[in-house]
Design a binder for this molecule. Structure first.
Ligand SMILES: Nc1ncnc2c1ncn2[C@@H]1O[C@H](COP(=O)(O)OP(=O)(O)O)[C@@H](O)[C@H]1O
Ligand SMILES: [Mg+2]
Length: 373
């Protein structure tokens, strides 16, 4: 898919920005703190995803302004659609979202319309951070292939909030232990779905990651990803999920309920899963060098793009924020070989550090505005 038009006004420091991106490479160039990442972020949030910067939505609006609006046109193999998000500062500054001019209740519909993958220096957190970071990465990537998954994940989160609140009530003697059962039944049904989804995605991404990493390391290193479910054994995943899968999950929850009640939180289920990432058999999180960690994060994102392209008629749009500058020529070539058919937005403060073959539209940003040469 392609972004064919973008206009941004009042989003952070950007004002009056509008442009027609190149169908291939777009180089967003400028000095530090001029608004390059802001531009990527503005386009990114049109995918319905949360910002890749850990920031609050109210910060989207320019500090000295009162309103922001971002609009893009996205073309896929079927049609061109228009997405707009507007926010006005105020006590309840909610987002107004429009798809083809029709007001939307939430961001859910956008998720299906505009799919993109962002590469940021912070991606190393997928490797180095808590297990939650790895689970979120897998959940997001798998949901891009099958948007229904989002509802399962959201429902599971809601059920867990109820279950954990109930655990505390039981602990304090305000509720009976038996009342857990109805939540555990529901958690089991959603949890079984999520576990099988994760297992399936990790299997796919493992295959591609190990091939890509092998190439990147000149054949000397083997990268492996392995899904460690807190409920299922690897052999449980050998057959497709049936009613029995939810029963196994339910029994696990019930087994741990005594301990859960004493501690007031849930100790088994998809919220306790881990995705192990190993190079030559050693956990990268603990033993990886800085270079290995960076390369692993890069390869995982590239594998996400490759899986997506294989499964869908449309390639995702690629955002590269501040990652090209630090990479040597070989690594840059490696990336561009994989994303060569996709539309790409690259930020850089040094155009000359980019591979000479990356030619495209240059969008120069200075003080939150596009400047002409
Ligand atoms: N809500 C906001 N209102 C006004 N300026 C903002 C807001 N949020 C961030 N900025 C400004 O945006 C600039 C950073 O832009 P950014 O896109 O990160 O720069 P870079 O070009 O280095 O990627 C900073 O000067 C920052 O103060
Ligand atoms: Mg930046």
């Amino acid at each position: 898919m392609l972004v064919t038009y973008a206009e941004i006004d009042g989003f952070r420091n950007l004002s009056g920005v509008s442009f027609e991106p190149d169908p291939k490479y777009n180089i967003i160039s400028g000095q530090n703190a001029q608004g390059k990442t802001n531009l990527l972020e503005a386009v990114w949030i049109m995918s319905g995803c949360k910002s890749f910067r850990s920031s609050k939505e109210k910060d989207y609006i320019n500090l000295s302004g009162s309103r922001m609006s971002v609009g893009i046109k996205v073309r896929d193999s079927i049609r061109e659609q228009k997405i707009q998000i507007e926010m006005t500062k105020g006590v309840n500054s909610t987002k107004n979202i429009f798809l083809n001019g029709v007001r939307q209740k939430g961001t859910k519909a956008l998720f299906d319309v505009f799919k993109c993958i962002v590469f940021i220096p912070d991606d190393v957190e997928i490797i180095k951070g808590s297990p939650e970071k790895r689970r979120n990465f897998i959940d997001m990537a798998a949901s891009q292939l099958n948007p229904v998954s989002v509802s399962h994940i959201n429902r599971h989160n809601t059920i867990m909030n109820h279950r954990n609140a109930l655990l505390k009530e039981i602990m304090n003697g305000h509720a009976k232990a038996e009342s857990l059962e109805i939540w555990d039944r529901q958690a089991a049904s959603e949890g079984a779905f999520i576990s099988y989804m994760r297992n399936n995605y990790v299997r796919q991404i493992n295959e591609i990651c190990s091939r890509l990493y092998c190439t990147l390391s000149g054949g000397t290193e083997k990268l492996e990803l392995e899904y460690k479910s807190s409920v299922y054994k690897p052999e449980d995943f050998e057959k497709p999920p049936d009613g029995n899968a939810a029963d196994i999950y339910f029994r696990k929850l019930q087994e741990s309920s005594g301990y859960d009640i004493r501690t007031g939180s849930t100790h088994t289920g998809v919220n306790r899963d881990e995705i192990l990432i190993k190079i030559n058999g050693l956990n990268v999180r603990e033993y990886g060098s800085q270079g290995q960690v960076k390369s692993t994060a890069l390869v995982m994102k590239l594998a996400q793009a490759e899986i997506f392209r294989k499964k869908s008629d449309d390639s995702p749009v690629i955002f590269l924020d501040d990652v090209m500058g630090e990479l040597d020529e070989n690594r840059q070539k490696f990336i561009f070989d994989i994303i060569r058919d996709m539309q790409v937005f690259i930020t850089t403060c040094n155009e000359s550090a980019l591979l000479p073959e990356i030619k495209g539209k240059i969008i120069r940003i200075d003080g939150g505005k596009i400047v002409e040469d």
